[in-house]
Design a protein around this ligand. Structure first.
Ligand code: 8YV
Length: 336
């Protein structure tokens, strides 16, 4: 008969770098899953039912129903800087700590946003498909002409860490940078990014290349709708590395199909991994499978930070009691 492990129990919802996750075994009884799984709400509720902590990803939605029976649960460590998969007020009210993984992915994600914008503006995916499909019979001066990135105006919607990292890249391309954010940044930060604050409508109207980097909340669901797209110049591109729900994809497909917008670079989709078929059919949409933070080093660093958060929240490791990126310190008060 095996003796039950008396240590705190943690659940790791997806297979993530095994050697990084192994660090959890120093302190905890760790439950893992073998294959990438789209857990049902019931499965999540069951998995959380008898653990002290969980390490989850954006595919795992955790709200009041999932934690209702989780009497031991003290922490949810999310792998990702975005945490719209978590119902933070519900977790806080239940006294459950939540954490995310900021900073470690900032530069990698900014690199990718830049690449996607460049690919959309310069028609890179479209050109490669065209070439592979055997259309290149003769060099032609007017083949696949795109829009310029250098010297143009970059608009950034959402000027957090990643937005600022993108703005700094623009200096090397002699771009003007405009941004809109919930709140205006301190002047020193604006100067460091050479970015000018404008209102939302001005951002839409002035951006040759608009980049979405804002956190997804119910308030900005379909913020980029038909009316917003109609305010953008027809030669503009739209790049989304935030969350798919920020954009009304049917309105975007209309704009791309009828020449109201030059191109889009999309790494995130409202129903991902399902993709709006209209977007799939458009030659001027560059589509990637939510990989903006996906360099090997960064994805490992994200999991490592989530491990640190989980370990510290449960009172172990060098930062015991002080998770490095806690989202809801108020949960402590709620749990008394
Ligand atoms: C992650 C992301 O890959 O950090 C985020 O918010 O969208 C991506 O970088 C994803 O969240 C992994 O769960």
């Amino acid at each position: 008969m095996s003796v039950a492990d008396p240590r705190p129990r943690v659940w790791v919802s997806q297979p993530l770098f095994g050697d990084v996750i192994a660090r959890l075994r120093e302190h905890f009884d760790v439950r893992t899953v073998d294959t990438i799984t789209q857990h049902s709400p019931q499965d999540i509720a069951q998995a959380l039912g008898d653990v002290d902590g969980a390490l989850v990803t954006l595919n795992d939605r955790i709200g009041a129903a999932e934690i209702a029976g989780a009497s031991r649960l003290r922490v949810i460590a999310n792998v990702g800087v975005g945490y719209n998969n978590l119902d933070l007020p519900a977790l806080t009210q239940a006294g459950i700590l939540a954490s995310n993984t900021p900073d470690v992915l900032t530069q990698t994600t900014a690199d990718f946003g830049w690449a996607l914008m460049m690919a959309a503006a310069r028609r890179i995916s479209e050109a490669e498909r065209w070439l592979r499909d055997g259309h290149w019979q003769q060099w032609n001066f007017e083949t696949l002409l795109g829009g310029d990135v250098h010297g143009s105006t970059l608009g950034i919607l959402g000027m957090g860490r990643i937005g600022q990292a993108i703005a700094r890249r623009a200096a090397g391309f002699d771009m003007r940078v405009r941004y809109h954010n919930r709140s205006r940044l301190p002047v020193e930060v604006e100067q460091a990014c050479a970015a000018h604050y404008v209102d939302f409508d001005t951002l839409l109207a002035q951006s040759d290349h608009l980049m979405l980097v804002l956190p997804y909340t119910p308030a900005n669901h379909h913020l980029i709708d038909a009316a917003a797209l109609a305010r953008m110049p027809a030669h503009a591109t739209l790049t989304n590395i935030a969350r798919g729900g920020v954009v009304d994809e049917d309105a975007l497909a209309d704009a791309l199909a009828n020449g109201r917008l030059a191109a889009a670079g999309l790494d995130v989709f409202e129903g991902e991994p399902a993709i709006n078929p209209r977007l799939l059919a458009l030659r001027n949409a560059v589509l990637t499978p939510h990989i903006a933070s996906g360099s090997l080093a960064t994805r490992r660093a994200m999991v490592a930070l989530a491990v640190d958060n989980l370990t510290a929240a449960l009172g172990f490791g060098p930062a015991a009691g002080k998770p490095p990126s806690l989202l809801n310190p108020g949960a402590r008060a709620a749990s008394g």
